[in-house]
Design a protein around this ligand. Structure first.
Ligand code: NAD
Length: 254
């Protein structure tokens, strides 16, 4: 059986990749977890839920929602809160990659789509998690997905990089505004992590992004990001807020 619960954590985009690893890690740490993804990923979410239940003895709840839709995000936060009696950690992880398009060829539709999920979606998650945490009055942790592309954007991913810079800006403002409520707000900015998002990307292609590739550089694993999120979500991390931390294996030194 799971040890005494550390609280309730909601992870968006949890059916695969980094989100799945974060949900597994937070459940292992002792959080009750709520798993989100878009409705067409329901079967995958059920598999992640079963894995977590087997590993920890604690059954997650599933809260389907498209994070770019505000009423769905509000409902998702409500479902997690109702299932487990509150919300202590929000991980706004869901995002989409768009690359290989120069700015001169980038359409307004693509820009809007990337921003709708990567920036507006994170905004809605921060906003509704913060409202719930403020109402509860017991502090909290809000953590968002940026990227090294949100630290230094390079060739042919103008919309993606700009959307991840937006996450950093939002994280600063949210940290400043929510500090008085005992809520910390931070972001993770992964480098190149092996996940469905990066399938097909090779280390030799990284030069296109303008990053250095240290000798013998290998893609990181989703668990390399999950361990950072585990720390940021912990009580111990109470003095860290407004930061964007980059697990990237040395491809970008900041
Ligand atoms: P992934 O594509 O493997 O998984 C993303 C998940 O988000 C998917 O399950 C997808 O269905 C879900 N999702 C997409 N749109 C959604 C929406 N509107 N509402 C709810 N869920 C939605 O990606 P990943 O590699 O696991 O990346 C996770 C996060 O980390 C993303 O924000 C990504 O931009 C960021 N990131 C990843 C890397 C990397 O190398 N993999 C590097 C930097 C940043």
């Amino acid at each position: 059986m799971a040890a005494k619960s550390l609280g309730v954590a909601l992870v968006t985009g949890a059916s695969q990749g980094i989100g799945r690893a974060i949900a597994q890690r937070l459940a292992k740490d002792g959080f009750r977890v709520a798993l989100n993804d878009i409705p067409k990923k329901e079967q995958e979410l059920k598999s992640v839920s079963s894995e977590i239940e087997q590993q920890t003895g604690s059954k997650p709840c599933i809260a389907l929602a498209d994070v770019s839709n505000e009423s769905q995000v509000e409902q998702m936060v409500g479902e997690a809160t109702k299932a487990f009696g509150g919300l202590d950690v929000m991980v706004a992880n869901a995002g989409i990659l768009h690359e290989n398009t120069k700015i001169v060829d980038l359409s307004a539709e693509t820009w809007e789509k990337v921003f709708a999920i990567n920036a507006r979606g994170v905004f809605f998650c921060y906003k509704h998690a913060a409202r719930q945490m403020i109402a509860q009055g017991r502090g909290g942790r809000i953590i968002g997905a940026a990227s090294i592309a949100g630290r230094r954007s390079g060739f042919e991913h103008g919309a993606y990089g700009a959307s991840k810079f937006a996450v950093r800006g939002l994280t600063h403002t949210a940290a400043a505004e929510l500090g008085p409520y005992g809520i910390t707000v931070n972001a993770y900015a992964p480098g190149f992590i092996a996940s469905p998002m990066t399938t097909g990307m090779t280390t030799s292609a990284l030069a296109n992004y303008g990053f250095i590739t240290p000798e013998n550089f290998k893609f990181g694993e989703p668990k390399d990001v999950a361990s950072l999120v585990s720390y940021l979500a912990s009580k111990e991390a109470h003095y860290i807020t407004g930061q964007t931390v980059s697990p990237n294996g040395g491809v970008y030194l900041n």
